[in-house]
Design a protein around this ligand. Structure first.
Ligand SMILES: [Zn+2]
Ligand SMILES: [Zn+2]
Length: 402
């Protein structure tokens, strides 16, 4: 560190050249890792192969990872650097049922691995500390939320990850989301011989569904309510005594989600009241918060990505809407979740086409560029005076407003 900004930027530039060269040297290992995880898709909390592959590479590269970290069999952690601000690089590696790595988490894992290994090699010289964290179960399991509860992110000054998509976009247009499970209970009767003796639980579901359908015209255009009937009875000549529905409520912020949840719940309860049946409901934990991107750290990432020839577009131009458990972390630690192009524009994530691209040449370029852009952002975090303090203040202000 130095008081001379010119010398500091020269040192940072030299370190950026170094981390990028390191990632080029590791390219074969990183791409083999991406392809291996891609070829062995595993569902949330079952990512044993990916956990093995990633921790083996960390081990071979001398980083002595903790396997099964924080009491989770498929989480891991490796650390580097002995003093200075600590920044995390996150690896996700779970896949989707039936469509494999259609969210491209093999790319997230390999890019995080590359950024982590390159960052670890310069951390001591730059006076920074690094945590490489393997975060299981993003697709519905809320792995990062369990890791938050276990203290995995305590003391961090920032957290970085990249997510692949068809378009190069600065950030995900994230929605806070929570699931709502509803069980209606009536009483069975013969539907022809004695229908007047029955209390129809399916009517409760249907009337609740219709209430929500009416409500949808009067919610904000950036909010979502969508549900399915999980159980609608067993036989058409029996008045259903039990019925079940599952709903998702999504809203741009967790504060607004709380309001939307109450409106959904009233629709459901009114359906049960009209049908005369009892209703039990549960807001399923964990809920995913919206992502409060650290604009300051993200701007450094974007400049670094542009230096590699990429051109992330603002989310006001291209919106990729989704929800992620990084949202919960982003309320605690300044975080970024840029979307890196790994497929043609028209190919959306969670499709079989995207899964094919995630293991192909465009996916490979996203691994290497994502690793370099994040590694250079680590350099910025460790060398730019005041950046991380400003990011902490920025988060405090955003949290106050959210
Ligand atoms: Zn996904
Ligand atoms: Zn994903």
């Amino acid at each position: 560190m130095t008081d001379d900004p010119g010398a500091a930027s020269t040192a940072a530039d030299a370190a950026k050249v170094r981390v990028c060269a390191h990632i080029d040297e590791l390219a074969d290992v990183l791409l083999a890792t991406s392809h291996d995880i891609h070829a062995h898709p595993e569902l949330c909390y079952e990512e044993h192969h990916a956990h093995q592959v990633l921790t083996d590479v960390l081990d071979q590269q001398g980083l002595a990872p903790v396997r099964g970290a924080y009491g989770m069999a498929t989480a891991f952690e490796a650390r580097a650097g002995s003093e200075g601000p600590e920044v995390a690089v996150l690896c996700e590696y779970d896949a989707l049922p039936g469509i494999g790595h259609a969210c491209g988490h093999n790319i997230i894992a390999a890019a995080g691995l590359g950024a982590g290994l390159a960052g670890a090699a310069v951390a001591e010289d730059l006076g920074g500390r690094l945590r490489i964290i393997g975060t299981p179960a993003e697709e519905g399991g809320g792995g990062k939320i369990r890791l938050i509860e276990e203290g995995a992110f305590e003391g961090l000054a920032a957290a970085l990850m990249v997510h692949p998509s068809g378009s190069e976009v600065e950030r995900i247009t994230s929605l806070a989301v929570q699931q709502f499970r509803v069980v209606y209970r009536g009483s069975a009767a013969h539907a022809a011989a004695a229908p007047e003796q029955g209390i129809n639980a399916l009517d409760g579901v249907v009337l609740g569904y219709v209430n929500v359908a009416a409500l949808r015209q009067h919610i904000a255009p950036d909010e979502r309510l969508h549900g399915i009937i999980v159980d609608g009875g067993q036989k058409a000549n029996i008045v259903p005594q039990r019925a079940e529905a599952l709903w998702y409520a999504r809203s741009p912020t967790r504060a607004r989600l709380e309001v939307l949840k109450q409106r959904l719940q009233r629709c459901i309860e009114a359906g049960a009241a009209a049908a005369g049946c009892a209703v039990e409901h549960e807001w399923v934990e964990p809920s995913y918060d919206d992502v409060l991107d650290s604009r300051l750290v993200l701007d450094r990432y974007l400049a670094n990505a542009r230096s590699l020839g990429r051109d992330p577009r603002p989310d006001s131009e291209v919106a990729i809407v989704g929800s992620t458990d990084l949202g919960n972390l982003s309320y605690l630690v300044p975080s970024i979740h840029p979307m890196i192009k790994a497929a043609p524009d028209e190919v959306g994530i969670h499709t079989l086409d995207f899964a094919a691209f995630a293991g192909g040449p465009q996916g490979d370029r996203a691994v290497l560029d994502g690793a370099k852009a994040m590694a250079m952002t680590l350099v910025d975090c460790w060398t730019e005076p005041g950046l991380l303090d400003s990011a902490a203040a920025e988060l405090a202000a955003a949290r106050g407003g959210a």
